[in-house]
Write a protein that binds this ligand. Structure first.
Ligand code: ZN
Ligand code: ZN
Ligand code: FE
Length: 730
């Protein structure tokens, strides 16, 4: 019996060839295995081929992701034994794996008394740095920031032994040959943290500012120094600490323990200082994901605040000198090491909803993972999609796959813009990408749009909410010609096809185009950008619209109402918008949450969701629907009657919005004009709203985001798919 086996997916740089080698030898099979441009290729001779095919998928190494195992005939000569052959030609090893948290075997070594006892850079084929240390391809040590460290004899022996779990582990290291760690400050890092100080810790994708999460004064000090009044701070805890201090469900535990080790939003358990996440019902937790984290947290013995080490608005610091210079004013000491960070990556942020996991910020551990393009996109051109202005991320398509880049941040900031331009170059060379089309948002004020238009490529302009819709369709493998879908896109702000600002939309369409069949009744964004920062502005406008101006006068006595009303009446710096995000802001201000100013994007909406979670069963507030326009006037009037507690009101608001939007979508599907419903847009990071929409849409096929952010971090995937679809023949 002979066969050729092709394995596709994330199968390079994860120990797949030695795994195949061991498996084949155990089964008495002869032949060879090699990497090539399409993945891993195996040639097999022997009786146990069926066993092999079963086990190669079932027992694949922890970091592997097998997308396909394809078997075909092999006419070659079966060799004497089984060997790992040289790579098959140029471009053969172009796949890069995301960084992975320290594996249990390495952790045992760090805690044991072998040659890697207490060693902060222990890693193996199943764990350790990848994307954050790569400087070029193919992925081998010389092309990483480990190239500067010459492997010792003991490490080399492991590296060259296919039976060792460090076979071809490029960042392999030990205390004799690898990077070292040191502390700049008085005493040790743990002593400074236990004394209430703040330490800058060099991690995998950048520096963190770290303090004792149980010490309210230390948390307050960190907020003061960083000038970050309210934005939630991420926490790191051992499994024991998380079990005690948070209330994680089994699904949340498995997400925490994934090799990606994301920050997961968890319900609170035993009390911790309020200052960690004022007004929020959840805290973001992650497990230690590098040996250095494990060593530090076991010495401190307490959960740690781990917030990104940066100046306000700037990207995270990655270089030692830059850290000393920029973080010197924040930190009482520096836990440093001498392995360079090739690429800045924030921690990923995720949550688990009743409908599964949801990525809010896609970065370390998730990139450069790719998504398969849906059926029908096989002949798509190589597209470079530029993303939006907020939560910028780019997307590249090539040979049936989409590479969605990492979260970069807001492009208004000069250094983030610089990072964006670097990422463009970086991903293009890593993915060996030769773009044929650039895809951009309609908004010409976005720097990403301008950059795309200046690329010298044909440009495809994609409406913002159409891109959100295409993004969730693509993530769910909706085929190119599977027919129209109805999308509920609840978002902040995005430029509409009619030149007004959209954001609470029901679209019916496919990848190529769409129709706007429903939307929230528009309201003025009083003060332009100011309306996004100051929730009360939206409340004033909505109350006035609802004929509740006298109520607005009573609840907003200290605000410049007359000036604002004049501006709205005269249409001065008060563009109309159907934004769902601003309606959330308005209603959160109505309930006294975050009235004056949001200190970070989404603060008001998150507070409203947290408040609503506290309420029991309620009836939805009424919204009217006329000619596809969803009007919140009756909702504000019902609230103004004053019969509901704030928590009930918050929940009735969510329920009413869900009912109104789902109603339009259901009618489209039931009339046969759409085959399914899709949910996207930044407002759908709200798990309660998603659950309520799913209840209202019960019985219909619904597409949701899981691995692609519903917010603008997922926009570029949709842009790429729309541009690709338009380039393909019908
Ligand atoms: Zn390991
Ligand atoms: Zn060594
Ligand atoms: Fe958006």
């Amino acid at each position: 019996m002979k066969a050729q086996v092709r394995i596709r997916g994330q199968v390079q740089g994860v120990g797949f060839r030695p795994f195949v080698w061991n498996l084949a030898r155990e089964l008495g099979l002869k032949g060879r295995v090699l990497n090539d441009a399409e993945g891993v290729l195996v040639f097999l001779g022997g009786d146990a081929i069926p066993d092999f095919l079963h086990r190669v998928e079932a027992e694949a190494p922890p970091l592997a992701q097998v997308d396909a195992v394809e078997v075909s005939d092999w006419a070659g000569v079966v060799p004497e034994g089984f060997e790992i052959a040289a790579s098959g030609g140029p471009g053969a090893e172009t796949r890069v794996t995301p960084d992975a948290a320290t594996c249990p075997a390495c952790l045992d070594e760090i805690r044991g008394d072998g040659r890697r006892a207490g060693y902060a850079f222990t890693n193996c084929t199943h764990c350790g740095p990848r994307f954050t240390i790569i400087e070029g391809l193919p992925y081998d040590r010389a092309q990483t920031t480990m190239g500067a460290f010459k492997m010792c004899g003991a490490c080399r022996a492991e590296y060259e032994d296919p039976a060792d779990r460090r076979f071809h582990a490029q960042p392999i290291a030990c205390p004799d040959c690898g990077p070292r760690v040191w502390f700049e400050g008085d005493g040790t890092a743990a002593q400074v943290i236990l004394a209430g100080g703040i330490v800058a810790v060099k991690g995998l994708g950048g520096f963190h500012l770290v303090c004792d999460a149980t010490n309210a004064a230390a948390v307050a000090l960190l907020r003061r120094r960083k000038r970050r009044p309210a934005k939630p701070l991420a926490l790191m805890g051992t499994e024991d600490m998380v079990a005690r201090l948070a209330a994680a469900t089994p699904a949340e535990w498995s997400l925490l323990r994934e090799p990606a080790a994301p920050i997961v939003l968890l319900a609170k358990g035993e009390p911790l200082p309020d200052g960690l996440a004022p007004g929020q019902s959840r805290l973001g937790w992650m497990l230690p994901y590098t040996p250095l984290h494990h060593l530090l947290i076991s010495e401190v013995g307490r959960p740690l605040v781990m917030t990104s080490g940066n100046l306000s608005g700037e990207p995270q610091v990655i270089d030692n000198d830059e850290a000393r210079e920029k973080l010197g004013g924040f930190a009482d000491g520096f836990l440093m090491h001498d392995r360079d960070i090739a690429r800045r990556l924030d921690d990923s942020v995720e949550r688990v909803t009743e409908a599964g996991p949801m990525v809010l910020r896609r970065a370390r551990g998730r990139v450069p993972g790719t998504f398969p393009l849906p059926a029908g996109f096989e002949d798509a051109p190589q597209v470079l999609a530029m993303g939006g202005q907020m939560k910028a991320a780019i997307c590249l398509t090539k040979t049936g796959e989409a590479l969605l880049g990492h979260h970069l941040g807001e492009l208004d900031e000069a250094l983030t813009w610089e990072a964006y331009r670097q990422a463009l170059e970086d991903y293009r060379s890593l993915f060996d990408h030769k773009p044929e089309v650039a895809a951009v948002d309609l908004h010409e004020g976005y720097r990403a749009t301008q950059a795309g238009m200046a690329m010298g490529l044909p440009v495809e302009r994609v409406q913002h909410h159409h891109a959100h819709l295409a993004s969730v369709m693509g993530e769910n493998g909706w085929a190119l010609d599977q027919g129209p879908i109805v999308g509920i896109v609840l978002d902040g702000l995005g430029l509409g096809s009619d030149g007004t600002i959209w954001g609470g939309e029901v679209l019916r369409g496919d990848y190529r185009g769409f129709e706007r069949i429903g939307h929230l009744a528009p309201a003025a964004l009083a003060g332009g950008d100011g309306a996004s920062r100051e929730p009360w502005r939206n409340l004033l406008v909505r109350l006035d619209q609802a004929g509740l101006a006298d109520l607005a006068d009573r609840v907003m006595t200290d605000k410049p109402r007359a000036v604002l009303r004049q501006a709205v009446a005269a249409r001065v710096n008060a563009p109309l918008s159907s934004s769902a995000g601003r309606l959330f802001d308005a209603f959160s201000a109505a309930l006294g949450l975050c009235v004056d100013r949001q200190s970070y994007e989404g603060e008001a909406a998150m507070a409203l969701e947290a408040l609503a979670e506290a309420a029991g069963d309620v009836a939805p507030y009424p919204f009217t629907l006329r000619d596809g326009v969803i009007d919140p006037v009756p909702m504000f009037r019902a609230w103004a009657e004053g019969r509901d507690t704030d928590a009930e009101a918050a929940k009735r608001f969510h329920a009413g919005l869900a009912r109104a939007f789902a109603g339009i979508a259901r009618a489209e599907v039931e009339a046969g004009r759409a085959a399914a419903v899709a949910l996207s847009g930044g407002v759908l990071q709200n798990a309660l709203l998603q659950d309520m929409l799913l209840d209202e849409l019960d019985g219909l096929p619904v597409l949701l985001h899981h691995g692609v952010p519903a917010n603008d971090g997922g926009l570029a995937l949709g842009q790429a798919l729309v541009a690709a679809a338009r380039a393909l023949p019908r």
